[in-house]
Design a protein around this ligand. Structure first.
Ligand code: PMP
Length: 317
């Protein structure tokens, strides 16, 4: 689906129009994947959009940039927070997806990156449910991918680093070509790791198990949120290795991600999960999640950052 453009982009320390935010072909990141990025959602609220867990996303953004030895300059946690709020306000979104990205630009052609300048960009656009509207209620059909998540020491899974997403693209292409909505990667030991863009949760006998950080996962913000919500509801959560057959034999299975939100899985490798429809614990957690982000119940964990609505913006400042 083509991206729906918005008006303003934060680009190298100034606000520019969408069309102006371009990159030269010699940019280091284009050749070697030296970029870090985030995906953040802002949900519609009565008094304007509200950004979900902005602090956690920006913390991970800065952590990822640390791994690539980026000098983020003026882009501190405080500055990035304000810029994201300004971005959503300027673009007059009701709800949107925010994509902060930092990358190495043009300077030299060699692999060694540290001479290349770091460029920091923030843009936003409207984006509906990632796995489709029906996915949230009906669930999706997934496969176990033939591609593995990196072995320890062969990547930095906790970093959301552009170059690392090549494997995830293989997973995504394979899944789509085989007629599945998504693929789940095993780790190098054969335990379940995560989806191409989602964390995985197994429900068995009323208890939840999710792969630990040591299974080469990205530490998802939605994962963390769902764990907190499950505990609020008195549902036990375990961080343990998940084997492939635990997926097939689970009562319920769901995936979490900023884009995918909380999506039930109804089959894996054509084996129906539970009744083959969304299970009660998944439904309960979805309700809790959506009630909070949509403002139907109080934001009891302080996860939402309100964006004040603005009437007009200066062309440059
Ligand atoms: N794993 C991977 C590989 C991802 O790209 C994402 C999306 N950021 C996730 C998990 C879910 O993370 P989050 O809930 O923070 O979006």
């Amino acid at each position: 689906m083509p991206i729906e453009t918005s008006e303003w982009i934060w680009y190298n320390s100034r606000w520019v129009k969408w069309e102006e935010a371009t990159v030269h072909v010699t940019a280091h990141a284009l050749h070697y994947g030296s970029s870090v990025f985030e995906g953040v959602r802002a949900y519609e609220g009565d008094e304007g959009p509200r950004i979900f867990r902005l602090d956690r996303h920006l913390e991970r953004f800065l952590d990822s940039s640390k791994l690539l030895r980026f000098d983020m300059g003026e882009h501190t946690m405080e500055r990035l927070t304000q810029l994201c709020i300004d971005l959503v306000a300027r673009n007059r979104h009701k709800s949107c997806y925010i994509r902060p990205i930092a990358f190495r630009g043009e300077e030299s052609m060699g692999l060694y990156p540290l001479d290349c300048p770091v460029e920091v960009v923030l843009f936003s656009f409207p984006w509906g449910p990632y796995l489709g509207d029906e996915a949230i209620e009906d669930g999706v059909d997934v496969q176990v991918s033939s591609w593995r998540r990196f072995a320890p020491g062969t990547g930095a899974p906790l970093g959301k680093i552009g170059g690392q997403y090549v494997t995830n693209q293989f997973v995504s292409i394979e899944a789509r070509q085989n007629g599945y909505a998504e693929g789940i990667m095993l780790d190098s030991f054969g335990f379940v790791s995560e989806g191409a863009g989602e964390n995985v949760f197994v429900v068995k006998r009323g208890e939840i198990t999710t792969p630990p950080i040591s299974a080469s996962i990205l530490s998802g913000v939605t994962r963390d949120s769902v764990i907190i919500l499950a505990r609020d509801l008195g549902i036990p959560v375990h961080f343990e290795n998940v084997t492939r057959e635990m997926l097939y034999l689970s009562d319920e299975l769901f995936m979490t991600g900023t884009a995918a939100e909380v999506s039930p899985v109804r089959s894996v490798d054509q084996i129906p999960i539970g009744e083959g429809t969304r299970g009660p614990i998944t439904k309960r957690l979805q309700e809790e999640f959506f009630n909070i982000v949509e403002g139907t119940i109080p934001d009891r964990h302080g996860w939402l950052t309100c964006v004040p609505q603005i009437q007009s913006v200066a062309v440059q400042d």
